[in-house]
Design a protein around this ligand. Structure first.
Ligand SMILES: [Zn+2]
Length: 222
């Protein structure tokens, strides 16, 4: 008890000495420094992206070893698409995808790259839209990525992703080139623990519901 009290007293004394040494101006600067740091951390955690995004080259993200300058003819500038890809590429352990329509090749290559890096990718798709021309769902499935889809009337209309079970990417954007380059769309990226938990629970609930062993359209064996 005595030791604890003494330790606290020394700490208080140390803090008081520091504040005296800094003076009023120094203390104000220290407080501003701490507050700005907090603000920066907060702003880097959340991000809003708007579309349409002009076509840009994203090869530097998908093939970092490729020699620059790239001669593709497209602008090599940052865009909402490249920001989205960067967020996805930050995955180290897991990526949950729940995407109504997925046909954009750059986003498919992003997901394939993560799969090759050993990130556990799971994709929930819509049974109608996974079969449309240009859909990347078959490509991802062939590469060994686990895909599940609905079997009922009513679209699996979600468009969200969860990176490493900590970052939620959600909004109106379907992962199609048409939507990315033509439509007015939004994406919200956030790391709120409560919100991410709710989306992960929804993902797991749908993942279980779409388990192929429960498909009703297979005729029952007699
Ligand atoms: Zn290029």
């Amino acid at each position: 008890m005595w030791a604890t009290t003494t330790a606290v007293s020394w700490k208080t004394l140390g803090l008081a000495s520091l504040l005296l040494a800094l003076g009023l101006e120094g203390v104000t600067r220290l407080l501003l420094f701490v507050l700005r740091g907090r603000q920066q951390r907060r702003s880097s955690a959340s991000e809003v992206l708007f579309f349409p995004a002009p076509p840009t080259c994203t090869e530097a993200l998908l093939r970092p070893s490729r020699p620059l300058p790239c001669a593709c003819g497209l602008p090599h500038t940052e865009s909402s698409l490249s920001r989205l890809m960067l967020r996805l590429l930050s995955a180290r352990r897991s990526l949950e995808l729940c995407i109504f329509s997925f046909s954009n090749p750059q986003l498919a290559r992003t997901v394939l790259l993560l799969h090759r890096r050993g990130v556990r990718v799971r994709l929930i798709a819509d049974s109608d839209y996974m079969a449309v021309k240009g859909s990347q769902v078959g490509v991802l499935r062939k590469a060994g990525i686990a895909v599940r889809h609905d079997q009922h009337i009513g679209y699996m209309h979600h468009k969200f992703a969860v990176v490493d079970k900590t970052v939620l990417i959600t909004g109106s954007l379907n992962w199609t080139t048409q939507a990315i380059q033509t439509n007015r769309e939004n994406i919200l990226i956030l790391e709120d623990v409560t919100v991410v938990k709710a989306f992960m629970e929804e993902f797991e609930r749908i993942w279980q519901e779409y388990d192929p062993s429960t498909y009703e359209f297979f005729p029952a064996k007699k």
